[in-house]
Design a protein around this ligand. Structure first.
Ligand SMILES: *Cc1c(COP(=O)(O)O)cnc(C)c1O
Length: 464
């Protein structure tokens, strides 16, 4: 059975897509159905006979919808979830329609050129060293992994060890120095690279979760041998930035490597209002940042930025006689990411940068930070509600009365469905976490959501 081009099917999907997005603002933001219910519903894939394609697509929609969260909605504040802009979705559709295997530049000049254009634009936007290479990865987790692989190879090379030839066994021990509140995905990347807890030195952080520069300097003094330091631009709970200038000075003196996890926070560099938070981060050696968070591209989209292109390519390059190699003037996409075959991630990124321009990006990021402060103002007015962090960016964490009450408020807000927020533990307390990062969020959405949170708090307080 082969499915011919069915323009009716594509037209139907386009109509459905427009209606689905038009409904985002007023749809419940939490899913209706549970995971267990959805597992039951989806268990019908394998039958002896196939079914007509258009029926299967209709079936997929009917089955999936109850178990979908409105993550693209304007009042979805859980985790750090971008809005998946419709123009970028259109570019993403074209990416699938064109079906380019974006491994190398000879096979697909356009997909490779889009990445090269985005590389230059992103380095300009973030004001990072213009010679840096960028790998287009699935997310910041893989972007950090990629950057840290380059770091591992380079710090060992400086210690006289060729990891490509000798491997990890018997190599000089590498120490990882990082903040006590580094993002969990950093530890995942380190695990894939062969580093464990014993290879890490944790540095104390201040009240907002940023590394203390003095503590970092002390930690660096106490370690011998090759070092990779990891800092963050945008703490997952507070949005805090580490003191990069001071960290970078210490790192340079040791000829160590400094990586910065800037999954969402790096975008502050693209604004006049919040750029100062990231002062000095240009002195680092590598940076990871997502497109599918603040740039509003659909998943999967992130950037592994490495100042030393040779170190980056050494750690990722795939060589085979049937694959064209890259040269200084022709960038092979697969030289900078773990994958060979993959989608053309540059098209959606190119589209969003072109659509918003420098000013559009800056205004959006600045607006979200103002909306986060508005949330803090509205919530902090009410007795029993505590904003736990200094709101420096777009993230805030809120405590309601006690840990149990905070959990109850989160559950009520989710059940109510007007907005969506999740919980976390921070500084030994249960908190509600709010991330403002969807381009469609308005001040009215903030007001409605704050009202829903306060109504939930009122109900929880009365019940106790
Ligand atoms: C989201 C996030 C990550 C992980 O990014 P993914 O795109 O989910 O892989 C890493 N670090 C921080 C600070 C994040 O917010």
């Amino acid at each position: 059975m082969s499915d011919h081009l069915d323009s009716r099917l594509f037209a139907d999907i386009a109509r459905y897509a427009a209606a689905r997005r038009a409904g985002d603002a007023e749809r419940r933001h939490a899913p209706e159905a549970s995971y267990a219910e959805q597992v039951e519903r989806f268990q019908i894939a394998l039958k002896d006979e196939g079914r007509p394609g258009d029926e299967v697509i209709r079936e997929l929609i009917a089955l999936a919808e109850p178990g979908l969260a409105t993550m693209t909605g304007p009042r979805f504040f859980g985790w750090v979830i971008g809005g998946s802009n419709p123009i970028a979705v259109a570019a993403d559709w074209l990416t699938s329609i064109w079906g380019q295997n974006t491994a190398n530049h000879l096979a697909t000049p356009s997909a490779s050129a889009a990445e090269e254009a985005c590389r230059q634009a992103l380095l300009d936007l973030f004001d990072l060293p213009r010679e840096s290479s960028i790998g287009f990865s699935t997310g910041a987790t893989m972007a950090s992994f990629t950057c840290l692989a380059a770091a591992r190879g380079e710090v060992l090379r400086r210690a006289g060890w060729d990891i490509e030839a000798e491997g990890m066994f018997g190599a000089p021990p590498v120490t990882i120095v990082l903040g006590e509140e580094a993002h969990s995905t950093i530890f995942a990347g380190l695990k894939y690279l062969g580093f464990g807890e014993r290879n890490m030195v944790r540095v104390a952080v201040d009240r907002n979760g940023a590394m203390i520069a003095g503590a970092f300097a002390e930690a660096m003094e106490c370690v011998a041998g090759p070092v990779i330091a990891i800092a963050q631009a945008g703490h997952i709970n507070t949005g805090a930035f580490d003191p990069f200038g001071e960290l970078a000075r210490v790192v340079k003196a040791r000829s160590a490597w400094l990586h910065i996890d800037g999954a969402f926070g790096l975008w502050a560099r693209a604004t006049p209002t919040h750029r100062h938070l990231g002062e000095g981060l240009e002195l680092a050696d590598s940076w990871s940042v997502d497109g599918h968070k603040w740039l509003q591209t659909p998943y999967d989209c992130a950037y592994a930025i490495v100042k030393d292109r040779a170190a980056h390519a050494r750690s990722m390059q795939i060589a085979a006689s049937y694959l064209p190699s890259s040269s200084d003037d022709a960038r092979n996409p697969s030289d900078y990411v773990p994958e060979l075959s993959r989608r053309a991630r540059g098209f959606a990124t190119w589209t969003m940068i072109r659509r918003l321009g420098r000013r559009g990006i800056a205004e959006m990021v600045t607006r979200h930070c103002a909306q986060a402060r508005l949330f803090a103002q509205k919530l902090a007015m009410v007795p029993g509600v505590t904003i736990m962090n200094e709101v420096v960016l777009n993230q805030l964490v809120v405590h309601f009365g006690s840990d149990a009450q905070t959990k109850a408020v989160i559950a009520r807000v989710q059940a109510d469905g007007v907005c969506f927020v999740g919980g976390a533990e921070w500084r030994g307390k249960q908190v509600m976490r709010i991330s403002v990062i969807n381009e469609n969020t308005t001040e009215d959405d903030v007001a409605r959501s704050a009202a829903a949170m306060l109504a939930a708090w009122d109900a929880v307080r009365r019940a106790n």
